[in-house]
Design a protein around this ligand. Structure first.
Ligand code: S3P
Length: 448
């Protein structure tokens, strides 16, 4: 839904050692895709472990508006009775995707090749984000889009009645753009080809194959070439959503910066297109280990054990790793503040068009807490102050961005003084149990 109610400040006070097990919720990317592909299959898809954050709940409502039957059975168990590829009805209301870029871009893709018109909106953050990156390739199918200046929401998409398949080289490293084109290709006759120069999260490819679509992926000199044959009959699936590595990042990083901590975060997907943060933390010298490595639902999974790590060093994060940890730079910059020496993060221009301009949002908040940050258009660096050198005491704006709010809560746990964000409400978009989970480990969070 658009908006998060009256802003509620949230403060993180210097924590006791964090101890125990942190069972983080389901993966946000896989949750969106489970609902959308379930709605495009014929028959009943059963989903367990669905993330019940606002972003995903908005996608569930959207799928209902397109005619799918979406049922919440409680305890993270959901079912979707799909209408089939090309079976979407025209919603009689505006589709409100709240805060979710993934939600709106994937849903635009999945309706773009059906003969229906749909108007999309979102909250102030989403309505400021660029949509041309999706509507440009959708236009190649014959889809029309009319939005505000700069390709912003609210926007009406008129689906192509007679779509033609496309060949598209994705110009920015974006799984959302790749996925929107693939989802549109589902209802176009013939082969839709998407080429990405840098590999981004591959959940859409894996899940489309799981739902029975004909899809191939080839690594070539041009990049990753994904070929999808249109107009398949998607078969309903039974999906157990793995726990979200992007949410696991918060208890893991909190443990690394809070003296005396030892936290287990079980069952985290280590899909190489998502796990970049954990390898970066290990490169910095973090006491972070992968226990009980195994495979679940075709994905590598492990239990993460994170302990207080007073000897971390600043590093140059390899730019080619950026796509695999794009949502984790905010919390990495907090960890970097507790390391010794400079951490350089380059090749990260995409951070400027997330739920907020994440380089700007983090730089302001880090400076308010005594940390030196330098930045350019596609890079930033943080001067580490060592394990007990972060002053804290600052109040930071969260800019309607869940990951900014949670990152500063982590900072407060290890800093000398409390850290406050002006609004903790956005946290429910991706991690609705953040507060009880972190306080259960020993964090001291207060609201108001
Ligand atoms: C997502 C892709 C990423 C990521 C977002 C989720 C997805 O965005 O930041 O949180 O589920 O496809 P981009 O594809 O725009 O990089």
């Amino acid at each position: 839904m658009s908006g998060h109610g009256t802003p509620t400040p949230m403060t993180s006070h210097c924590a006791e050692p964090l101890k125990g097990t942190a069972e983080v919720p389901g993966d946000k990317s896989i949750s969106h895709r489970s609902l959308i592909l379930g709605a495009m299959a014929i028959g009943e898809t059963k989903i367990s472990g669905l993330l019940e954050g606002d972003d995903v709940l908005d996608t569930a409502k959207a799928m209902q508006a397109f005619g799918a039957e979406v049922t919440n059975h409680g305890g993270g168990n959901w079912s979707v009775h799909g209408v089939g590829v090309g079976g979407f009805a025209e919603p009689d209301q505006v589709i409100d995707c709240g805060n979710s870029g993934t939600g709106v871009r994937l849903i635009m893709g999945c309706m773009a090749t059906s003969p229906i018109s749909v108007t999309f909106t979102g909250d102030a953050s989403l309505n400021g984000r660029p949509m041309a990156r999706v509507t440009d390739p959708l236009a190649l199918f014959g889809t029309k889009a009319v939005g505000r200046k700069g390709g912003r929401l609210p926007m009406t998409i008129v689906g192509a009645a007679e779509p033609t398949p496309v060949r598209y080289v994705v110009p920015v490293p974006s799984a959302q753009v790749k996925s929107a084109v693939l989802l549109a290709g589902l209802n176009a006759p013939g082969k839709t080809v998407v080429i990405e120069k840098e590999a981004t999260r591959d959940h859409s490819e894996r899940m489309l194959a799981g739902f029975g679509a004909e899809i191939t992926v080839e690594d070539t000199d041009e990049g990753r070439v994904i070929t999808l044959t249109g107009q398949p009959e998607l078969k309903p699936q039974v999906i157990a959503v793995p726990r979200d590595p992007s949410s696991a990042a918060f208890p893991v990083c909190a443990a690394l910066v809070t003296p005396g901590s030892d936290v287990l975060v079980p069952g985290i997907g280590l899909n190489p297109t998502r796990a970049g943060l954990f390898y970066t933390l290990q490169d910095m010298g973090a006491d972070l280990t992968f226990e009980n490595p195994r495979e679940e639902g075709g994905e590598p999974v492990a239990d993460l054990r994170a302990k207080f790590s007073p000897n971390m060093q600043g590093i140059e994060v390899p730019p080619e790793r950026a796509a695999s940890m794009i949502d984790e730079y905010p919390v990495l910059s907090v960890v970097a503040s507790f390391a010794t020496g400079k951490t350089m993060m380059a090749g990260v221009k995409e951070l400027r068009v997330k739920e907020s301009d994440r380089i700007d949002a983090m730089a302001r908040g880090l400076r308010a807490n005594g940390v030196t940050v330098d930045e350019g258009e596609d890079w930033w660096s943080v001067e580490g102050l060592g394990p007990d050198g972060v002053l804290g005491g600052g109040t930071c704006e969260s800019f309607l961005d869940h990951r900014i709010a949670m990152s500063f809560m982590v900072m407060g746990m290890g800093a000398q003084n409390s850290v406050t964000v002006d609004d903790g409400n956005p946290i429910t978009t991706s991690f609705p149990i953040f507060e009880p989970l972190m306080t259960g480990l020993g964090a001291k969070l207060s609201k108001g």
